[in-house]
Ligand binder design. Sequence first.
Ligand SMILES: [Cu+2]
Length: 271
Amino acid sequence: MAENTEANRDAKHGMALGLTLWAIIVISVAFFFKYDVPELASDRGSQDTIYYVILGITGVAYILVQGVLGFYVWKYRHRDDEEGSYWHESHKMELLWTIGTTVVLVPIVAWGLVLWEDVKAAPPTDVLTIEAVGAQFQWDMRYPGPDGTFGAWRPELYTLENYMGLDPDDAAGADDIMMTNQMVLPVDTPVRILLRSRDLQHAFFLPNFRVKQDLMPGIETSVWFTPTKIGEYEIACAELCGLGHYRMRAFLSVRSQADYETWLSEQSAAN
Ligand SMILES: [Cu+2]
């Protein structure tokens, strides 16, 4: 009968640790299969491809490394009559993992740079431009109105009433359409969103569109993409921006060109 010695307890701990490592592998891999990224609704599907390729490579590496770690923790658990051995420096191993990671990482980085080039390319000249202004804790949208031109704004004009900081002397702003926590876009049309912040850093995040762009007070940033699927989606803030961050949530409706135009003329009439 095994005695309840300290050595015996160590051996049991070794076995428990090995099994725990394997259990963590199984549970985490199961979660990756259970949950997927949100449904794609834009022309940025190539980002999903690189995401799945990277997830596959790191997933296999994770299972191998953790699996082997669990195996060794179990195999070389404490035994009374054995002593651990230790060695250091293996030229062959170092060459192997340096070349191995280089061969895997260099193509991924090159591929990522090509995609980044796409994301940061200049939008087409006929792009539809809309503005989104982030503030604790809401999104204010602005459409240029029938004249197609945004009225000027200045940060020093921000007040509770003039929450977009619009210049009252600029006639181009008179027909601008503004709304809070709601955006409507036409499908299959390239859109550029101009982004600015009224207070601190926020991030304009459209999970279904693979779009995420920071907003900073004092400068204007922008992002462009093409919605490809009619539907109702969520706009989130991806920057922990204060106590109400969780409710900095808006809605994006992608509609057919005809439905979009009807909606836009209704907004103009109501303005
Ligand atoms: Cu925010």
